[in-house]
Design a protein. Sequence first.
Length: 502
Amino acid sequence: MAGKTRSGTPAKNAASKKAAAAARGSGAGKEATAGNRSWGGRFDATPDRKTQAFTASIGFDQRLYRYDIRGSIAHASMLAAVGILTAAEKKTITAGLREIETEIAGGKFVFDIADEDIHMAIERRLIAKTGAAGAKLHTARSRNDQVVTDVRLYVKDALAWIDAAIGDLQCALLEVSLRHQDAILPGYTHMQRAQPVLLAHHLLAYYEMLARDRERLGDARGRVDILPLGAGALAGTTLPIDRARVAEELGFARVADNSIDAVADRDFILEPLADIAILFAHVSRLAGEIVLWATAEYGFVRLHDAYSTGSSMMPQKKNPDIAELARGKSGRVVGNLVSLLVTTKGLPLAYNSDLQEDKEPLFDSVDTAISSLTVLGAMVRSLTFDEAAMRRAASDSFLLATDLAEILVARGVPFRQAHEVVGKIVRHCLAAGVELTSLGSTSLGAFSPALGPDGDRKAGVAVASLLTVEQAVARRTSAGGTSASQVKKRLRTLARKHGVTA
């Protein structure tokens, strides 16, 4: 998301770069002393500069600033409602936070590595603006519950962004399927041609995978939608806070039931990361097939120039780099999941600084998912399918072997016996160098009377008339099958759902 603003997701601005530079250098923040840190009262000396850089998250958690300010305004409102802040203090704090939000959004906020994180950076600036009123804001909360509140708010939004991006890719697959409703290609198992199917049926298989991905992310959202604020550092607070009020103002469905669990666990991040990893297993498969289909060996699809690249050495090349990168990025998101799983494994309760390592994998997986899905959807829409090439590949007569076995079953032959009979016919054709469809009823009758002239007469239909690619597709009318009747029915349903012209 670098350089862009997405529904409350902050763009990385010049201030962000300055903070990152500060983490590496030794210029900014030299004026920091032990006494002006949020926890400095216990310490005599200022932390070593390298320690500050090592422990700081300000370089990457800045994108949470809007959520931190939202949470702080809700917290201040609640503190005023229960009498801990005066109405005037609440007004002063809220106005100060709004000004800080404008400063950060406009790139005018000066970040300091000594602040450690976005939460302390905002508090430091608020106190500078408002004095004693700002110093009261952190009453009845810890950074432990503050941070996890911000991240939960972010994850709720991120799940919505990813859901929208998946929906767009589904629409792209649907639109292409509607344009090629009658196109036939070979379906594969074990990378071997298996049976003819409609291209639309093949593409809609990915639609269904993505639909389950959306369901998983939607399910995860319910477990993210829990307010931890009020848990304090781990044990709650003695002050008369109103957590339900804060939950309502921030749009959380309910409050966390256990203060230790509220600050100590990160399964609300792990679950979305796992769902994104599964999503990318599907993205990787779709992208990988596009790579294969674009090869000269397949020739099923031609890539648009806007979604391919050339070679620095070979002038004739047109490479499917976009699809390859979408496929390759599955390694990133799987790695992010594994990274956080290992980080959280075996941590004692409650909060540990190891959990600071939760944000970068989360941010990276969210960014990777949105960017990959967006470009993949655009690329799918731009593909040019060669229906003639696909039809030629589907004309391999041995793709009709299963149809021949099912014809035998329909004529009273047990399936296992029918399977053996057709296997012998295929072996004969391979030895003789002929196509399966070249055998007449007399030749077929030598393998089974049910396939001979008498079998055709009793069935009222000739085997030869059934052994065509078109018939193989059209006759698969079982629910969810590849027949045009079934596929077009599904297309109409999905077109209505997405508002796409059928």
